[in-house]
Design a protein around this ligand. Sequence first.
Ligand SMILES: [Zn+2]
Length: 653
Amino acid sequence: MQPKPILTIVFIVIYLTGFSQVKNVFRENHEIATMEAKAAGLRQEVLMGVGNFSKASANFDINYLDCKWKVDPGVRYIQGSVKTGFTITERTNIITFDLSDELKVDSILFRTGKISHYRPFDHSVIVNLGVFLDKGNKEAVEIFYHGIPPVTAPFSSFTTSAHAGVPVLWTLSEPYGGRDWWPCKNGLNDKADSLDIAITTPDKYTSSTNGMLQSDEVKSGFRTTRWKHRYPIATYLVAFAATNYQVIQDGVKLGNTTMPIMEHAYPEKANDFLNAAAITKRTLQLLHNSFTPYPFIKERYGHTQFGFGGGMEHQTNSFMQNMSETLIVHEAAHQWFGNKITCGSWRDIWLNEGYAIFCTNLNIEKHYPEATLLNTYRSQINFIASSPNGSVYVDDTTSVSRIFDSRLSYNKGGWVLQMLRWKLGDSAFFRATRNYLNDPALAYGYARTADLKKHFEQVAATDLTEFFNDWVFGQGFPSYKLQWATGGGSWIQTTLNQTTSDTSVKFFEMPVPLRFKNTFNDTTVVVNHTKNGQVDFFRIGFVPDAVFIDPKLKIVSANNTVTRAEIFPGSGNVMVFPNPVRDEFSVLLKDMSEGVLNLSLYNTSGQLVWRQRFGNFSGADLFVVPSANLAPGSYWLRVNKDDDPEIVRKIIK
Ligand SMILES: [Zn+2]
């Protein structure tokens, strides 16, 4: 889902202005029903944070759904039936569905007759099968119902509105709204493996839903469209809409497959859809080629216009307020991240929304100048750092506004991925993401944060516990303080410190890029920042006049400072670097008297291995000592000045 305000002029600006509107866009929490003690063992008491939003029982596994809905877009009312085919997972004579108490159950069919049910007034339907079913039994029940779906402020999962004076009706169930308009399992634990939908409206309207259109029939003043979808689908991704849609048929080449695209546009906005066709195709190709094949490639993709301020990634058919490029990419990305693999709990919504943000950035990276990308990055980082606290991992799933917190679940979630790409490199990042999407335990099912972490760790062959603890479960961001100095013309010394914005993270271990430049030269080095006060030396070959932290925006950080020191700080009059030494090392001398200088190197047996005499030492200079031929071990560097006491430094090779 991507909520945003109606007036978004420059798409980059939405990161600054749009997401701050989330609280206003999303409805308040549903009422929290009181937990009742009923039919012990039949209820999923608290399932992955859904808790009071799903009472559906875990004793049946949904196989298919056959939905028949009759609506008039001008009237807030639904009449329909949902036939649920299922496999019993635990011997029982009772199964429970979620359904709003606002909706009346007319009858329930099982095998050849009607069966009884009970409504405990907690938005559920307890279905009495009248016979015990054993584990493995495959059966179906068909629930007939009608009513006025509840209005939940400020918007509902079932909405009637108008465009250009014409009524329009749409559904948007994420995260907890499915039960508001159909009998379902309202949690994140059981995808239907396939789905058939028939929608009947007055014949002047056209409807749109998931999957492939099978038939379109007008009879006695009503139009019925029948659809089928043969991929697993989560409850919140089932949706339909109806108005006087203009249907646009198109196609896109994905590898060797030409896949249909079916758009449902308001007639007055059909040109917007036609103009955006190239972007839609380019986006599907980018994601198909960067990650894995489009997940529903045997069917189709498309958009359906609706009046919600933003978009919603309904499976195979994203619902769109408009056809802005950012929204097109965001919702298309969800077909992989959110629909093919669905967050296994609303705590892990960043697995959906973070990747959607990542993909909008990837689109800019591929199709726009670098300056546009960096401006986008800058806006996102500024937004993330606009508050010092808050974790990407959702700490309160009873709050819809917390689940869809644009700063944390969306932007910082996206930046967890940006930073993994930076830390592990492009090859490992994309390989791990492909492995995640292809994992048979996750594909067309659900994933938690630990599942994604495992795939990155396997590809990178490294433990990422600290990274995830800092950036996903922990809060805040670092502020870097860099002090730098030149020595001997070609060497740079850096001292890097950081403070963190929240006490939950003591230190963010990250590779930090540092850029050095002057009129003729420009070079970037990377410090692997592991501790405060860390000193590093680089032989960059020129004297810079400007130094920048993280010039290409690889890390979420803010309030960084860079200061230049007069001369290398620390370590007294004699500094040796790097140490341990490699093929050569440098000796920096300062604040000494002028005259004759002797540098000599002894091994631990006291044998002289190297010596040099300098007749006109100025009191401060930098000397390079060759050390390629030294055997590994410890050495003593002795610095003798005629008038000064001898200074000794230990050197390791
Ligand atoms: Zn989204």
